[in-house]
Write a protein that binds this ligand. Structure first.
Ligand SMILES: [Zn+2]
Length: 245
């Protein structure tokens, strides 16, 4: 038997073993979850080898290839980090912990939740399979987190959460200048908080604020200023209308 045939039959035996033990790419909830959402698009042209990132699933050790074609340097850095850290790192490595918190403040997080909600709707033909996969994933994660928390504590890097809370709780002085309720202000204020938290965490994770975060912060601050000016103008107009002749 040639070494190649040997390897092939070994690979097949391993797949059978994995299937029998309930593991392997086809059984692993994490792999099934990510496979539904990403992976190189076969319709796209063949990527350059330098644009391919190889990583492993920490649960079943299946190997993955992610196509980085067309991604900005910032996006590549994020994908590399996302694919290199494990759940354990989030409890033992300050940078990994800051990164996990940072992900919760990214605009794409909203899209994930939206897609999740859509998948769970009973009208979706795959809703039942999707719900089953979600609950499998949830219980797997819960088990792993529970084990890690027992060993390293629930929040080994509380400074990151404290930093985010301090930014979120800071009362912007400008709110006092505004009339009682201005439509759209709350959303803009949340976007500003999101950007400020992201910026501080990016300094911890990558040593600098991402250009897109800085741009988003500049944009939202401009919009807030415009809203305040419009609010003041409206107030002035009201005063004119009700002023005694
Ligand atoms: Zn897996």
């Amino acid at each position: 038997m040639s070494p190649r045939t040997n390897l092939k039959s070994l690979g097949a035996a391993l797949t059978r073993l994995e299937a029998a033990s309930g593991m392997g790419r086809k059984n692993c909830p994490v792999c099934r979850w990510y496979q539904r959402r990403s992976g190189p698009d076969p319709k796209n042209p063949e990527p350059y080898p330098g644009d391919l990132l190889t990583s492993k699933c920490e649960f079943c050790h299946s190997e993955y290839t992610t196509d980085l074609t067309g991604k900005s340097e910032e996006e590549r850095e994020e994908i590399r980090l996302e694919n290199s850290i494990t759940l354990k790192d989030e409890y033992t490595d300050s940078r990994a912990s800051a990164y996990r918190l940072w992900t919760w403040f990214q605009p794409w997080q909203k899209q994930i939740w939206k897609k999740l909600e859509e998948d769970q709707k009973p009208t979706d033909p795959n809703a039942r399979a999707s719900q089953k996969l979600c609950s499998e994933l949830e219980s797997l994660m819960k088990r792993r987190h529970k084990r890690l928390q027992a060993k390293y504590g629930e929040d080994p890097f509380p400074e990151h959460g404290r930093l985010a809370r301090a930014i979120a709780d800071a009362e912007p002085g400008r709110r006092k200048k505004m009339s009682f309720y201005v439509e759209g202000y709350r959303d803009l204020e949340w976007e500003e908080t999101r950007c400020l938290i992201s910026a501080q965490l990016e300094k911890i994770i990558w040593g600098e604020v991402w250009a897109r975060t800085a741009a988003a912060l500049e944009k939202v601050e401009r919009e807030i200023e415009e809203l305040i000016r419009a609010d003041e103008a409206k107030l002035m107009a009201t005063r004119v209308v009700f002023s005694p002749r």
